[in-house]
Ligand binder design. Sequence first.
Ligand code: NAI
Length: 325
Amino acid sequence: AKEPVRVLVTGAAGASFSGQIGYALVPMIARGVMLGADQPVILHMLDIPPAAEALNGVKMELVDAAFPLLKGVVATTDAVEACTGVNVAVMVGGFPRKEGMERKDVMSKNVSIYKAQASALEKHAAANCKVLVVANPANTNALILKEFAPSIPDKNISCLTRLDHNRALGQISERLNVQVSDVKNVIIWGNHSSSQYPDVNHATVKTPAGEKPVRELVANDECSGAAIIKARKLSSALSAASSACDHIRDWVLGTPEGTWVSMGVYSDGSYNVPAGLIYSFPVTCKNGEWCIVQGLPIDEFSRKKMDATAEELSEEKALAYSCLS
Ligand code: NAI
């Protein structure tokens, strides 16, 4: 039998009831959705002291559900205990933007959270731990985590843009009235924010007459998050949780031949995106490593959009650094 993999989920209590991604995510992990149906897991769940009771309730539910793959649950408000020995870390916890709050104040709260959790991960996680930051501002939180965990390789730190990617696939399938599994290779470029560029120039759909480009259909992706809040009175949770599983599964187990996915990763300057930003790129994964898809032709319209979202990320980075000093 395989050795259990330790998976950390921060913000696991979903106790402030914005959307409760953590609450949707932990049963998926315990069922093998993230790492495979033959991979035992030990869940580590971290939340803050006001959410300790709720977190314990989630632990009780996990026990009650009797997941065969779940070999243990650590539920704690201590970051060191939470991070010890983890192989995968999914960072959902963060400080939400509240009405009337300045952008800088929210940034400042999250910078201090991610700085502290970076140190805990760096010192206590398993070697080669893979990190996925979900909490917003996701790209910049991931960048802060990277900067304050210098011994964790750049390649092991990422942020979630897979929900945006999946949303684009879903919308194309709705509009063309085709199966979502027949649509592939959309790209989300840049920031997980309204400046992101959902690019369908390279996307294809499987038809009885072969693979066809979907270029003429633009994924109107940007309003979708807001539409969910309007309908559910809560933000996306199950779709975010499911997409976080997709992100880690493809990273660990690999992407199918001929298919790429979007991941927020540390830019090496590919596509003239400034190096040193966490930016969403098209990637393929193999043997536990992602690799940016190279050589895609970029037209003038795309270039402008890609630059604009990079510009926003540079500003966020500067704002984050101003919170540190
Ligand atoms: P939520 O408010 O339901 O849950 C957040 C949890 O984090 C709460 O239980 C809270 O107590 C906890 N928390 C706060 N500070 C913490 C800390 N220092 N350490 C550990 N836990 C802490 O929020 P929800 O809806 O689950 O969203 C979580 C985050 O994910 C938000 O930042 C949201 O904006 C972001 N998000 C990102 C998406 C993406 O695609 N990247 C999609 C949807 C949401």
